[in-house]
Design a protein around this ligand. Structure first.
Ligand SMILES: C[S@@+](CC[C@H](N)C(=O)[O-])C[C@H]1O[C@@H](n2cnc3c(N)ncnc32)[C@H](O)[C@@H]1O
Length: 200
């Protein structure tokens, strides 16, 4: 059964960050590629920052980072882990549209967004990105030829949506992103894209 994301992550924050956040460097190469695409002193939004390990890397690389997460327990851990970063308990959907970012980092979050909500989510990321800004986005790859929604028995019933590569690319295009680079990630289990805003 679907439960609220914040409630679930409040419960598993400690366990999640120990297993997948701290000490795990699965995102390190991607972070290095991401920063190469950004201007000096870029303003970066880390959407669904979790325990803050990627925000910490970006802060230490000299960028002005805002990490947001709907889970207050995640933000508590993130503040402890990266005291120099600015963090806030917030849903990305409620961030003010007038503040724009050079870079949006959104790692291991999009699979929690349902098929009916994913368009709205991408629209919001597009609004928050500066004209020449860079989006980094990952999601889980479908193991069939279809997109589908599944609930993870191991993570408090959280939604883990699966998309085909074709759908993921088409979605980005539909919501006005131009893909700079697409890659399968963590074997073929995931996909990552670097994209920029497509100006109509
Ligand atoms: C799988 S964790 C990933 C955390 C971190 N990005 C990482 O890669 O380790 C997903 C995180 O996204 C957060 N999240 C999900 N939807 C969100 C939203 N709409 N706004 C902000 N945070 C969100 C969850 O609370 C959770 O901490």
């Amino acid at each position: 059964m679907k439960k609220s994301i914040a409630k679930s992550y409040n419960k598993i924050a400690h366990e999640y960050t120990q297993a997948h956040g701290y000490g795990e460097h699965v995102t390190l190469n991607s972070l290095k590629k991401f920063v190469k695409l950004l201007p000096v002193k870029a303003k970066i939004l880390d959407v669904g920052c979790g325990g803050g390990q990627d925000s910490k890397f970006l802060t230490e690389a000299g960028y002005a980072v805002l990490g947001v997460d709907v889970s207050k327990e995640m933000i508590k851990l993130a503040k402890r882990y990266s005291p120099k970063t600015t963090f806030a308990v917030a849903d990305v959907m409620s961030l003010p549209a007038k503040i724009k970012y050079n870079g949006i980092w959104c790692c291991r979050v999009f699979y929690h967004i349902s098929i009916t909500e994913q368009g709205k989510f991408l629209k919001k990321l597009n609004v928050l990105l500066k004209k020449d800004g860079i989006l980094y986005l990952t999601t889980v790859t479908s193991d069939t030829k279809e997109d589908y929604e599944a609930y993870d028995s191991g993570s408090d019933g959280l939604l883990k949506k699966r998309l085909t590569g074709k759908s993921f690319k088409a979605l980005l295009k539909k919501y006005n992103f131009k893909i700079l680079k697409f890659k399968y990630w963590v074997g073929k289990k995931g996909m990552e894209v670097y994209a920029t805003k497509r100006i109509k």
